[in-house]
Ligand binder design. Structure first.
Ligand SMILES: C[S@@+](CC[C@H](N)C(=O)[O-])C[C@H]1O[C@@H](n2cnc3c(N)ncnc32)[C@H](O)[C@@H]1O
Length: 403
């Protein structure tokens, strides 16, 4: 059993914990921005391939304790670096400090340089070659976390490897070009938080590039978020962990891992076969946004028959006449990144609340809001509130039942 950490946008930790329950991890513990857990490597990889909420999954490869920065080099050199990587490999180090460690050290860049020196010195002592730095595509994306040790009398350095080697929110379907898309894993988590029963259609009146619609489609039809990565892998691409020494040594999991990749691809392909007509509805007044949505939908390989799009003002958009229930989930413009005027936005939020009341009776609706003065303009009674961070912005997902 090894130690792992899965990170996520702040506020989603409980949802990530719930998502992880299916994997029977041991010693699961919520921390700020993620969960720690123990499990075997194959189970952690399975989670990495299927998680819709985690941003990254890390495997711990070494720890050391030290009193202050002058003592760090010596302590870090105790890590058996030669068992972790080879002299010809490439690596990169990102250092994160806990709140207490930040008070003591402040300069995380300096600490990552010390760790780099400890790796390089270890190799130089025994061979002429040494692993080199690659900031863009390293074989070993190390993360060094520094925090007080359990007794509180020293600091602990925890060295982990980012297993996928890319942020898991980057599913691979998003075209370049929309100004304010919501991150894919955040959109998936928000859809999951609504309790959507998946049998009713889903509507996004301010859909932009369609992240809610696509993530909901993947959830509804049990398509793994790594579907495009697994397809690329079938053609020769590799996840970062596959070239790492620990994975190469664990030969017993290679067969089960290959089978898992195949099984997830088959499941995704079956999911794609199971789409019905007009399950997902997107609207945005800018036709460019709708073009981006359609491009992403097609990149993901999702059936066109299941998507309905329009380019109306959201205040004029209505559900299909024969439908009396469904889920509305949306992220209206909020000014900061899109640069709209405040009064116009206040009016838009007020009118959108009225539109929901009048045109969407019988629907459940959820609005992402990061601005309290805008959300107060919606004159509907909130049935639920969920707080989370979108980058540095504190946001809420507000639920309204429309009778
Ligand atoms: C914050 S963005 C939505 C981002 C989206 N969730 C995504 O992931 O790409 C808000 C969107 O609302 C659209 N919009 C602004 N005012 C609108 C209106 N009155 N009716 C319809 N769409 C509008 C903008 O074009 C923009 O794409």
């Amino acid at each position: 059993m090894k130690n792992f950490f899965a990170s996520c946008p702040r506020g989603l930790e409980e949802l990530l914990l719930k998502e992880s329950e299916h994997y029977n991890f041991d010693h699961v513990e919520i921390t700020r921005g993620g969960i720690n857990f123990k499990t075997n490597s194959l189970n952690a990889i399975n989670f990495l391939l299927e998680t819709r909420i985690a941003s990254r999954v890390y495997k711990e490869v070494g720890t050391f304790e030290f009193k202050n920065d002058k003592k760090m080099l010596e302590a870090a050199s105790e890590v058996p670096w030669q068992k972790i990587l080879n002299a010809t490999d490439t690596f990169k180090i990102t250092c994160v400090l806990s709140r207490d460690a930040n008070k003591e050290f402040r300069n995380s860049h300096y600490l990552s340089l010390v760790l780099k020196d400890s790796i390089v010195d270890t190799f130089k002592k025994t061979s002429g070659t040494r692993p080199s730095i690659d900031l863009d595509n390293p074989m070993y994306p190390f993360v060094l976390r520094i925090e007080p040790n359990s007794k509180g009398n020293m600091f602990k350095g925890i060295v982990s490897l980012d297993l996928a080697g890319y942020p898991l929110n980057k599913r691979g379907y998003r075209p370049f070009g929309h100004q304010a898309p919501i991150k894919e894993n955040l959109a998936a988590a928000l859809v999951m938080s609504t309790g959507w029963d998946k049998q009713v259609p889903l509507y996004d009146p301010f859909c932009g590039s369609g992240t809610f619609l696509i993530e909901a489609a993947l959830i509804r039809h049990q398509i793994v978020p790594t579907y495009l990565k697994l397809q690329a892998r079938a053609e020769g691409a590799r996840f970062a962990f596959e070239t790492q020494k620990w994975f190469q040594k664990e030969t017993t999991i290679h067969g089960p891992f290959e089978n898992l990749c195949k099984e997830l691809l088959v499941r995704a392909k079956n999911g794609i076969e199971s789409f019905g007509i007009a399950e997902f509805h997107g609207n945005d007044k800018h036709s460019k946004s709708i073009e981006l949505l359609m491009e992403a939908w097609s990149t993901m390989g999702l059936p066109r028959k299941s998507l309905r799009v329009s380019t109306l003002d959201a205040l004029k958009w209505k559900p299909q006449e024969d439908l009396s229930n469904g889920l509305v989930i949306t992220n209206p413009p909020y000014g900061i990144r899109l640069g709209e005027k405040d009064e116009q936005l206040e009016e838009l939020y007020y009118e959108f609340g009225e539109t929901l009341k009048n045109n969407w009776k019988g629907f459940s609706s959820f609005i992402v809001s990061q601005d309290s003065s805008l959300r107060k303009k919606i004159s509907l009674k909130t049935s639920s509130r969920f707080s989370f961070f979108n980058g540095a912005l504190e946001c809420r997902l507000l639920g309204y039942d429309l009778f």
